[in-house]
Write a protein that binds this ligand. Structure first.
Ligand code: SF4
Length: 294
């Protein structure tokens, strides 16, 4: 049985793509980049360095590094899904692959995730901390952090979509997604919530729930959270045509990722330049968008 957490030989899948190489962060022993030297270092050596006094004013103390390392471990349920998919020659795509840049999703699938420094990883851990805390403390009558898998082979694409909803109450039919924001202003001062790409993501979750046999949500919302504020905003339900459009887009995007030319990859399609600014593959990408001059 193959898993994503151990080195595996490259194999060609039925869709012509090579199996994704194991990300170095999931290699054994796991690696990341030293926050000070920016050179690759095993997480074990990084922790030893931290315990020995953190030279060069590194800010990462052992508990924080341990938490970062723990967050890099693959979820056992997701590992099992990947194993099963590998046996069937199917590619597993995450919901995030369907909402962002197609080329970025292809890079992640075929090249793994580039090494990161703890500083760069920290922003994501903040979101994980919120989610973990709420998952532990939330009411148990809802589907919280449940993973759903939808088979796209019925649509002619050798892919499964795996997604996890933050909060769904089958009794009320309300789907709620949680988003952490790095902001110091009051959330009421943001006129653009919910953001367009967040709405698109929640609509995909609605599609997942429906395909998983739980019915389409009757209402949707996003709870935005900062360290000092919280704001829940409704997400408009898509029209019947909108739901068809969402499904068609999921299928088209998945097809573009898994059936891309293994050498060239699909065209990058970021909506805005900031996506390229934060993209881990920007140095290699020919489609990177330059920031617009003011
Ligand atoms: S640099 Fe931009 S276009 Fe290229 S993969 Fe990243 S997000 Fe997509």
């Amino acid at each position: 049985m193959t898993t994503l957490t151990h080195p595996q030989p490259t194999q060609t899948k039925p869709n012509g793509n090579d199996a994704a190489p194991v990300p170095a962060t999931q290699a054994s022993p796991p690696l990341w980049l030293c926050d000070v030297t920016k050179q690759p270092i095993t997480t074990d050596d990084c922790l030893i360095c931290s315990r020995n006094g953190r030279p060069n004013a590194c800010s990462f103390t052992p508990p924080i590094l341990e938490a970062l390392r723990a967050s890099m471990k693959s979820d056992p349920a997701l590992k099992a899904i990947h194993s099963l998919a590998a046996q069937q020659g199917v590619t597993v795509l995450r919901v995030s692959s369907l909402t962002g840049c197609t080329r970025q999703a292809w890079y992640r699938l075929t090249q793994g995730t580039p090494l990161e420094t703890p500083s760069r990883h920290w922003a994501r851990l903040r979101g994980t901390i919120f989610h973990k805390a709420l998952e532990t403390m939330a009411e148990k009558s809802v589907l919280a952090e449940q993973r759903f898998v939808v088979d796209l082979r019925a649509f002619g694409v050798d892919a499964w979509i795996a997604g996890m909803v933050d909060h769904y109450d089958p009794a009320t039919g309300v789907l709620t997604d949680l988003k952490t924001m790095n902001a110091w202003k009051r959330l009421s001062s943001y006129p653009d919530l919910p953001r367009e790409h967040h709405t698109a993501q929640v609509w995909i979750y609605g599609w997942l729930l429906e395909k998983a046999g739980l019915g389409y949500p009757r209402a949707m919302a996003i709870t935005y959270m900062t360290m000092g504020d919280i704001r829940t905003v409704p997400v408009p339900l898509p029209t019947p045509e909108g739901r068809q459009f969402v499904e068609a887009r999921i299928v088209a995007k998945a097809k573009a990722i898994v059936e891309a030319d293994p050498t060239l990859g699909p065209k990058g399609d970021p909506r805005e330049a900031w996506q390229c600014r934060y993209c881990l593959y920007k140095t290699a990408c020919p489609d990177r968008r330059k920031p617009q001059k003011k």
